[in-house]
Design a protein around this ligand. Structure first.
Ligand SMILES: [Ca+2]
Length: 262
């Protein structure tokens, strides 16, 4: 009897070890975070010389910020045709990054100069600037705060009037999600292009948790492995719910719908 008892204990112990090992090996966050696919609704032309770093929709137009020293611009675009209606160039020493619109003002970040610019939305005349102590990557607006990324896993919240930092949150999906790039505020969530991937993280800005992922693999345009043609640029038209995406130097802008992946 004693030998049988030992055998039973050993078998249960082995099962316990196997179950524990399996639980530790699997990645709960990755397995439980939903992943959405996409369907292309419309394809529009996009300036293939636009090194897209910021994209936002307002009043029937797209506004785009482009990067690279000597090539950085702020532009208003008729998205249906890709026609650039208005454009200003940044001084060569600045590498333009994310943009967003608050009322009649456009905000634009720069990459490593730790300075952002504020323009009049209509005339593009420069109204002022502001400074920050990180790199500048993506920028969006949630209705009360600017939300900024710097390539890390942190999102920073700024008061749009004072440009003071009023908070920050670490973005995680079990583990920190780094390389947060171009941003868009969509129905209470922050969509973030993850640099060098074909994915958009859908982030709860109150917790930093990734609620879901959008997998844009196969979207014609560029290569997520090429820093000069990565997916980068999300804009949302809140009335009709149009979601636009493009990439650096892509020749197309896409309106997409999210679909559930099995
Ligand atoms: Ca955007």
């Amino acid at each position: 009897m004693k030998r049988q008892y030992v055998a039973v204990v050993l078998i249960f112990s082995a099962i316990l070890v196997l179950v524990t090992t399996y639980s530790l090996l699997k990645k709960p966050a990755a397995m439980t975070t939903p992943v959405y696919g996409y369907r292309i609704v419309n394809t529009y032309p996009h300036d293939s010389n636009a090194f897209t770093e910021g994209l936002v929709y307002s009043d029937g137009f797209l506004y785009e910020g482009t990067g690279l020293n000597g090539h950085s611009t702020l532009r208003q675009v008729e998205f249906q045709t890709g026609t650039v209606l208005q454009s200003i160039s940044l001084p060569e020493k600045y590498f333009g990054e994310g943009i967003t619109i608050v009322g009649d003002r456009i905000y634009q970040l720069t990459y490593r100069s730790e300075i952002g610019f504020i323009y009049d939305r209509t005339s593009f005349s420069l109204l002022g600037n502001f400074t920050y102590s990180t790199e500048g990557w993506g920028l969006t607006y949630d209705g009360s705060r600017l939300i900024m990324s710097d390539g890390s896993s942190t999102l920073y919240f700024l008061d749009p009037s004072t440009l003071e930092n009023v908070g920050q949150v670490k973005v995680t999906d079990g583990t920190p999600v780094t390389n947060l790039n171009e941003l868009e505020y969509v129905n209470g969530k922050v969509y973030a292009n993850v640099f060098l991937t074909n994915t958009i993280a859908v982030i709860d800005p109150s917790t930093g948790r990734v609620d879901s992922w959008i997998d844009l693999t196969g979207l014609p345009g560029g290569s997520h492995q090429d820093i000069n043609s990565v997916l980068n640029g999300i804009a949302y038209e809140s009335v009709g719910g149009q979601l636009f995406v493009t990439g650096k130097n892509w020749s197309n802008l896409y309106e997409i719908k999210l679909v559930t992946e099995d």
